[in-house]
Design a protein around this ligand. Structure first.
Ligand SMILES: *Cc1c(COP(=O)(O)O)cnc(C)c1O
Length: 368
C-alpha cells in the first residue's frame, strides 16, 4: 500500500461539490480581486484566530514583508529570525531592507531559543519573528518578555500553525500580529497562492491593507506607495469552504501524531517530537530526529512511503546567506537538525493502519 507524504486529492474529493459551487459564484460575480468573498473569509478567519482583524494578501511571504513595512522597519534595522525555518521568513526581512539576524533553535521544540535570541539583540534590533515551526507554538511567554524588555515588535510567523494555541488561548494574544500562508499544502490551503496578516491592532491592520493595495484609499488616491499583494476572490471563497473543516482536520492530525509517538516509543534511534507544556501543536508536519536519516529515508521510499526533510539546509548555511559567513558551530542545534530531521506522512485523511505500516518499516530498518 503506497503512502503519500500528503494527499490533496482526498480532501478535494470530499469537498468537490461545495468548492465547485463556491468557485462558480465568484466567476459569475466577476469578484476576482479582493471583493465580497475575500472579505467574508477575512471576517471568518479573524474570528477563528480570536483576533480583531484579518487582512488577506497575496501569499505568506508578502504577509511578513507587509507587516514589517507597516511597522516602518527597514534599512539599518535588524530583525531576529530562527535559524531553522523556511527561507520566506528571512527573505521577507531582506525584502523590507532590514537585516535578518539568525538565532539558533531550542533542542526540544525546534522553535526560536529565547536565551539565544537575547544574545543577538543590539541597539539596531527592532523586531523578532518567532516561527511556530511544524505547527508547534514557539515559546511566546519568554519571547514576549524579551520583546517587552527590549522594545521589539513581534511578528509571529504562523504559516505552519493555523489554529495553534498556548494554554488553551489563541496565539493572537502574544504579538503585534501573526502572518499566515494558505499555500495549497498548508493546514488550510488555497488553490493557488494566498496569505494573511492577523492582528488586534486597528492601525496596523489598516496600514497593511493599504500597503497591500498600492497604498490607496480610493481607486486613484494613493497615500503612499505600496505593492500589489491582494487575495483573489476565488481563493477567499475556497478558503471559506475549507475553514469550516479546519477544526476537524486539526483534530485528526493530532490523533495521528499521538499514534505515531506511541508506536515509535522504544525505537531509540528515533526522537519523536516533544510538545512544550500548554502548547497546542497543530502538526502541520510530524517531524522526528532520526539516526542515519538519509539511509532511513531511502529505505522508506523503497517501501513506497514518501517522506520529506524540513529543512535539509538551515538558513544560515544557505548559499543565499554566504555573505554572513556562518559556520555550523554558530548554530549547533539547527546544524544537527539538518542532518537528522525527517518528516513522516501527515495529513487528515491518513489512517491508523498506515501509520503502523510506516512505523513497522522504520523498525525494520533499524533492526536489520
Ligand atoms: C510556507 C511558509 C511561508 C511562506 O508562505 P508562502 O505563502 O509560500 O509565501 C513562510 N513561513 C513559513 C514558516 C512557511 O512554512
Amino acid at each position: 500500500m503506497k503512502i503519500p507524504f500528503t494527499d490533496l486529492n482526498a480532501q478535494y474529493a470530499a469537498l468537490e461539490e461545495d468548492l465547485q459551487k463556491a468557485m462558480a459564484r465568484v466567476i459569475a460575480d466577476k469578484a476576482f480581486i479582493r471583493g465580497p468573498y475575500t472579505e467574508k473569509f477575512e471576517t471568518e478567519f479573524a474570528e477563528y484566530c480570536g483576533a480583531r482583524h484579518c487582512v488577506g494578501v497575496g501569499n505568506g511571504t508578502d504577509a511578513i514583508y507587509l507587516a514589517l513595512k507597516a511597522m516602518e522597519i527597514g534599512p539599518g534595522d535588524e530583525v531576529l529570525v530562527p535559524a531553522m525555518t523556511f527561507v520566506a521568513t528571512s527573505e521577507a526581512v531582506t525584502m523590507s531592507g532590514a537585516t535578518p539576524v539568525f538565532v539558533d533553535v531550542d533542542p526540544a521544540s525546534y522553535t526560536m531559543n529565547p536565551a539565544e535570541a537575547e544574545k543577538k539583540i543590539t541597539p539596531k534590533t527592532k523586531a523578532v519573528i518567532p516561527v511556530h515551526l511544524y505547527g508547534h507554538p514557539a515559546d511566546m511567554t519568554a519571547i514576549r518578555i524579551l520583546a517587552d524588555t527590549h522594545g521589539l515588535k513581534i511578528i509571529q510567523d504562523a504559516a505552519q500553525a493555523h489554529g495553534a494555541g498556548i494554554d488553551g488561548m489563541p496565539i493572537a494574544g502574544y504579538g503585534d500580529c501573526q502572518t499566515y500562508s494558505f499555500y495549497p499544502g498548508k493546514n488550510l490551503g488555497a488553490y493557488g497562492d494566498a496569505g494573511a496578516v492577523v492582528t488586534n491592532d486597528d492601525k496596523l491592520a489598516g496600514k497593511v491593507k493599504m500597503l497591500a493595495n498600492h497604498g490607496r484609499t480610493s481607486k486613484y488616491d494613493h497615500k503612499f506607495e505600496g505593492i500589489n499583494s491582494r487575495m483573489d476572490g476565488l481563493q477567499g471563497a475556497i478558503l471559506s469552504v475549507k475553514l469550516n473543516h479546519l477544526k476537524d482536520w486539526t483534530g485528526l492530525r493530532c490523533r495521528w501524531a499521538k499514534l505515531y509517538s506511541q508506536a515509535l516509543k522504544g525505537i531509540n534511534q528515533i526522537t519523536p517530537p516533544a510538545v512544550r507544556d500548554g502548547a497546542d501543536h497543530v502538526y502541520h508536519l510530524y517531524v522526528v530526529m532520526a539516526n542515519n536519516r538519509d539511509a532511513l529515508q531511502k529505505h522508506l521510499s523503497e517501501h513506497d512511503i514518501a517522506t520529506g526533510i524540513h529543512y535539509p539546509i538551515a538558513l544560515p548555511f544557505l548559499e543565499a546567506y554566504s555573505r554572513m559567513q556562518h559556520v555550523k558551530t554558530d548554530f549547533p542545534v539547527a546544524a544537527a537538525m539538518q542532518e537528522k530531521a525527517l518528516s513522516l506522512p501527515m495529513f487528515p485523511e491518513l489512517e491508523g493502519k498506515k501509520i503502523l505500516q510506516v512505523v513497522d518499516a522504520i523498525k525494520d530498518f533499524y533492526d536489520a
